[in-house]
Design a protein around this ligand. Structure first.
Ligand code: NDP
Length: 295
C-alpha cells in the first residue's frame, strides 16, 4: 500500500515508524527537511521535497500537523497536495484539528474523488511508539475501509466518532479535560504546599481518593515533583485544543464557564512560557503566581 506521511513532529515521527515495512511503501515529507533525511537514514523510505510530490502516487496520505491551518497550508500552498492527490486516494488527517475546517476540506476533496477522514489520536508519544494509540475518527465507513490497515498499524483502540469533524470534536473535549485536570490539580497542590502539606503525601491520598486523574496519578508525580518536565506534547498544542473546545461550545450557543476559564488560563500559560515548553509546565505559571514550588 503506497502511503505518504506529512509531518514528522514529536508524534508524527513515531507514527510513521510503524509504516516503514511491507505491506506499506512509505514516502515522507517534513517542512524541516533534515528531519525527513534523518528518518530516511534509519528506515527504507523515500523523501519528498514538497507535499505535492509526496502524495502523487499515494493511496493513503497521512497528515500529522499542529492544527487544521497547517493542513490547509500543505493542501493549498505552493507545491501543495491539492492538484497531486490521485482520484480514489484518502487523506487521513491525524492532526488534532477543528471540525469546521475538516468539514470544508472534506467537501472540497470529495469534488475531486478524494476521501477525507479526521483521525486525531490520544495516548501521547508512549502509545505512538508502541503502536497502541487510541484513534477517534470521523467520516464515512467507505473511506475508512481504504485507510484501515494504516490506522491499525499505529492504533489499538479505534473508534468511529461520527461524520467528518466528530473525531476533532471528541479530541478537543478530551484535551479540554486534560487542561482542566492539570490546572486544577496544580492549584490544589499549590494550596497544600503553602498550607505545609508535602505534595508527595498529598498525591498519595488524592490518588487513593476521588480527586484523582491521569494528571495526579502520572503527569504530576513523574514530571512536576521530579522537576523533569520532559517535552512530549507542547503546551501550545494543548492551548490550541482547549481553544477548539471552547469555540465549539460558543458556536453551539452553550454556557461552559469552566472550559472557557481553563482555555483562558492555558492561553496565559502559553504567553508566559512560550511555544516550545511541554504542556505540564503550565503548573509553573501557578507556582510563580503563588510563590510556591511543588516538589
Ligand atoms: P509538533 O509541534 O512536534 O510537530 C508538528 C509538525 O508539523 C512538524 O513536523 C512540523 O514541521 C510541522 N509543521 C509545523 N508548522 C508547519 C507548517 N506551517 N507547514 C508544514 N508543516 C508544519 O507536533 P506533534 O507531533 O506533537 O503533534 C502533531 C499533532 O498531533 C497536533 O495536532 C497535536 O495536537 C496532536 N497530538 C500530539 C500528541 C503528543 O503527545 N505530542 C498527542 C496527541 C495528539 P517542522 O519539523 O519543520 O517544525
Amino acid at each position: 500500500m503506497r502511503v505518504a506521511f506529512l509531518g514528522l513532529g514529536d508524534l508524527g515521527i513515531l507514527m510513521a515508524g510503524h509504516l516503514v515495512r511491507p505491506p506499506f511503501s512509505l514516502t515522507v515529507w517534513n517542512r524541516t527537511e533534515s528531519k525527513s533525511r534523518q528518518f530516511a537514514a534509519e528506515h527504507p523510505v523515500r523523501v519528498s521535497m514538497s507535499p505535492g510530490e509526496a502524495v502523487r502516487d499515494a493511496e493513503v496520505v497521512v497528515t500529522c500537523l499542529p492544527s487544521s491551518a497547517e493542513v490547509e497550508a500543505v493542501l493549498h500552498g505552493e507545491h501543495g497536495m491539492l492538484e497531486s492527490l490521485a482520484k480514489g486516494a484518502v487523506l487521513l488527517d491525524c492532526t488534532s484539528g477543528d471540525p469546521a475546517t475538516s468539514r470544508s476540506i472534506a467537501a472540497e476533496l470529495s469534488t475531486r474523488g478524494v476521501g477525507f477522514i479526521d483521525a486525531p489520536v490520544s495516548g501521547g508519544t508512549t502509545a505512538a511508539r508502541g503502536g497502541t494509540l487510541t484513534v477517534m475518527w470521523g467520516g464515512s465507513r467507505e473511506d475508512f475501509v481504504r485507510v484501515r490497515p494504516v490506522v491499525e498499524a499505529f492504533g489499538k483502540k479505534i473508534v468511529h466518532a461520527g461524520p467528518v469533524g466528530s473525531g476533532d470534536a471528541l479530541k478537543a473535549v478530551n484535551n479540554a479535560l486534560l487542561a482542566v485536570h492539570i490546572l486544577s490539580t496544580g492549584e490544589g497542590l499549590a494550596i497544600l504546599v503553602k498550607a505545609g502539606v508535602d505534595p508527595g503525601v498529598a498525591l498519595d491520598v488524592i490518588n487513593a481518593s476521588s480527586g484523582r486523574s491521569n494528571s495526579s496519578e502520572n503527569l504530576i508525580p513523574q514530571r512536576v515533583l521530579t522537576r523533569a518536565f520532559p517535552r512530549t506534547f507542547r503546551l501550545a498544542l494543548l492551548d490550541k485544543d482547549i481553544g477548539i473546545a471552547a469555540s465549539l461550545a460558543a458556536e453551539l450557543g452553550m454556557e461552559t464557564p469552566v472550559i472557557t476559564l481553563a482555555a483562558k488560563r492555558m492561553h496565559e500559560a502559553r504567553a508566559a512560557l512560550g511555544e516550545e515548553v511541554d504542556h505540564v509546565e503550565a503548573v509553573k505559571m501557578i507556582e510563580a503566581e503563588n510563590g510556591v514550588v511543588i516538589r
